[in-house]
Design a protein around this ligand. Structure first.
Ligand code: NAD
Ligand code: DAU
Length: 350
């Protein structure tokens, strides 16, 4: 039986990916996750520990731990989702982003080299290209010009991965997807945060004018693309993933208000009236846009979920799973919210 190490599998996208792998293959999955504030074992569903699934609570920055794990499991592939993933938190405190997103990747690359893995898929982001406003969509060969400490840490990791390919011949692959949405996302990101606040009757905080544009992809479409890259992608390749459509943040919030109003029988206009324009995120990119011809032509991938239908079912999922919101009742979340939304980018207290 083939073993694959998937890091960050208790996070949003990693959890969906593990369930897909479990459905599509007979591989043994070893999920390595530190369980930071963003990790929850609930996202994995009812996967039981056994021959086909093992969960290890560990930090990818812990070299000794990774070394004994790789020696024991001898994986054929590694997919690295583990990351500090929230741009706003990276503005408050870049330190953990450099640790996990760069040093952690170096340690995994070293392990992959030593244990001769056949595939190393680094989950990167479209944010490495920087602001797309007034520019052509970025291709995989475009210049990297990240704007935030988060995106800089991801861009640095991409370069490190590519250097391991060239220097050591490590078979790396890099995916760069646009903004994901769907069930099980931590309620600090735009879509779950807005659903949460709308349901609780709280203000809907929009940064700046709200006309920033994003290409939102359903997490299901994204994980299908990742599976194709892992199994059929050309070693050493980078693949952009996205829908090539975009909407403004205000349009996203309006769509969420519509979903919540319809589901709850509430007045749409009342929800819209809770939108508040607040101080903009420092260094905020106005737009992301990636060209996805490469994955469509080489691997035959295409997204299947429209934004409207995807948002509708996402809103419905969050309304039917109110317990997901308890994730945000801890002290860390309250401190974080205060730093961004009350102190408006004042220094964090930790
Ligand atoms: P997430 O924040 O929901 O989950 C990250 C997971 O990584 C958590 O379970 C956390 O506990 C774990 N983790 C963090 N630090 C760790 C460490 N040092 N060791 C082990 N585990 C650790 O993130 P996500 O939204 O699922 O994103 C997953 C990956 O996809 C990230 O690499 C992110 O950069 C990338 N990405 C995300 C999006 C998006 O829209 N969410 C888009 C493009 C790329
Ligand atoms: O583009 C891919 C990236 O998408 C991933 O690499 C990141 O891991 C992921 O977090 C996401 O980054 P964004 O910064 O685009 O996502 P976020 O949900 O934080 O914000 C989406 C947009 O909404 C962005 O323009 C900022 C805005 N926003 C966000 C929040 C949380 C608001 O206006 N108000 C808010 O309260």
């Amino acid at each position: 039986m083939k073993t694959i190490i998937i890091t960050g599998g208790c996070g949003f996208i990693g959890g969906h990916f593990i369930r897909l792998i479990n459905r599509l293959t007979d591989w043994r999955v070893v999920n390595v996750d530190k369980l930071t504030y963003a990790g929850s074992v609930n996202g994995i569903g009812n996967l039981q520990e056994g021959q086909r699934y093992r969960f290890i609570k560990a930090d990818i920055v812990d070299r000794d731990r990774m070394s004994s794990l790789f020696a024991e499991e001898k994986p054929w592939a590694v997919v690295n989702f583990a990351a500090e993933s929230h741009v706003d938190r990276s503005i408050l405190d870049p330190g953990p982003f450099l640790q996990t997103n760069l040093i952690g990747v170096q340690i995994l690359l070293d392990m992959a080299r030593q244990y001769e893995v056949e595939r190393f898929l680094q989950i990167s982001t479209d944010e490495v290209y920087g602001d797309a406003e007034g520019k052509e969509s970025f291709t995989e060969g475009s210049l990297l010009s990240p704007s935030s400490p988060y995106s800089s840490s991801k861009a640095s990791a991409d370069l490190l991965c590519l250097s391991y390919l060239r220097t050591y011949g490590l078979p790396v692959l890099v995916s760069r997807s646009t903004n994901n949405y769907g069930p099980h996302q931590y309620p600090e990101k735009l879509i779950p945060l807005m659903i949460r606040n709308a349901v609780l009757g709280q203000e809907l905080p929009v940064y700046g004018d709200g006309l920033q544009r994003r290409d939102w992809i359903s997490v299901e479409d994204n994980i299908q693309a990742l599976y194709l890259i892992l199994t059929e992608g050309k070693s050493g390749s980078i693949y952009n993933i996205g829908t090539e459509t975009d909407v403004t943040n205000l349009e996203v919030v309006e769509e969420i208000c519509l979903g919540v109003a319809n589901d709850k029988g509430w007045e749409y206009e009342k929800l819209i009236a809770s939108i508040r324009h607040i101080k903009d995120r420092p260094g905020h990119d106005r737009q992301y846009a990636v060209d996805t011809q490469k994955i469509r032509i080489e691997l035959g991938w295409t997204p299947t979920t429209s934004f409207q239908s995807g948002i509708k079912s996402t809103v419905a999922w969050y309304l039917q799973n109110p317990s997901w919101e308890t994730q945000s009742s801890d002290e860390d979340y309250q401190r974080y919210k205060e730093a961004v939304y009350s102190k408006q980018w004042g220094r964090s207290q930790n």
